[in-house]
Ligand binder design. Structure first.
Ligand SMILES: C[S@@+](CC[C@H](N)C(=O)[O-])C[C@H]1O[C@@H](n2cnc3c(N)ncnc32)[C@H](O)[C@@H]1O
Length: 264
């Protein structure tokens, strides 16, 4: 799939995605993924950061609220428009820009750190975006990112539940099948049925890579692996919020923090 087709899919998703995410229907993000990401993020107060694939800017604003001096990019104009509207209404000093993560419009060594919340697995050339992230980081700077878990959220992931909705297991069917832009269609599961019925499903081009692919991509980009995290809910939360209970059995997300060596 051409990069321009990927961008067109995200532009088509952006309006509903923004409205639904802001209505609180991206429950995995709000309840689990983002809090876990920030729990392991180093202190960014006063640091210059780049958020790659910022979407409508929810996580970007959290970076700014944590004290980062933030620049953020996304490929979809509608996401950038919504993020900018929010910035105008409630300024946090974030500079948003329409740009491709695989060709960043910034000089070498511009940032102390970079983040990518759930966006790298959506890009056709992860080697390029990692090389670009490394290029724009200062020596010693870090990149922290979250992706769909390569092992447990491979294409065809199915959560097996009994009639009462209790999660029995996760089905993994096609871990080794690298996908290059196959479209996955879905809506935020936590959206009310009447809201889901009103909108077209998101069309998300998927670029699945195995765990060893990801590690080898990071090695090829000369990053040093510093930290990994696989967010999960505890038994109590799994009971209280059955929607998230699949992550008690196996993680849906993988977080990694890597660092650009001080010396090349
Ligand atoms: C799953 S969304 C995550 C959005 C946001 N980071 C969040 O956590 O809410 C993936 C984002 O990556 C963006 N994206 C996809 N390909 C991109 C590319 N090549 N360059 C920049 N952004 C891209 C999409 O437009 C979308 O906003």
């Amino acid at each position: 799939m051409e990069a321009s087709d990927v961008a067109a899919c995200w532009e088509a998703n952006a309006e509903t995605w923004t409205r639904h995410a802001r209505a609180g229907y991206d429950l995995y993000r709000d309840v689990q993924n983002t809090p876990a990401f920030f729990a392991t993020l180093p202190d960014i107060a006063g640091l210059a950061g780049l958020d790659i694939g910022c979407g409508e800017g929810s996580n970007t604003r959290k970076l700014a609220e944590a004290g980062g001096r933030i620049t953020a990019i996304d490929i979809a104009p509608t996401f950038i428009r919504h993020a900018l509207e929010m910035e105008t209404a409630n300024p946090l000093g974030i500079a948003y820009r329409l740009a491709d993560g695989m060709a960043l419009p910034f000089a070498d060594a511009s940032f102390d750190f970079a983040t990518a919340f759930m966006s790298l697995m959506d890009m056709p050339r992860q080697d390029l975006v990692l090389a670009e992230a490394r290029r724009v980081l200062k020596p010693g700077g870090f990149l922290q990112f979250s992706i769909l878990h390569p092992c447990f959220a491979a294409p065809g992931r199915k959560v097996m539940r009994d009639e009462a909705g209790t999660v029995l297991g996760i089905e993994v069917r096609e871990y080794f099948r690298v996908s290059d832009g196959e479209i996955e269609s879905w809506r935020f599961g936590a959206a009310p049925a009447e809201e889901k019925a009103k909108v077209e499903p998101f069309r998300v081009p998927r670029f699945h890579r195995t765990l060893s692919d990801w590690v080898n991509l990071l090695i090829a980009a000369s990053f040093q692996l510093e930290h990994m995290h696989e967010p999960s809910v505890d038994a109590e939360t799994a009971k209280a919020v059955p929607y998230l209970a699949d992550t008690y059995i196996a993680p849906l997300f993988l977080h990694m923090r890597v660092r650009k060596p001080v010396r090349a």
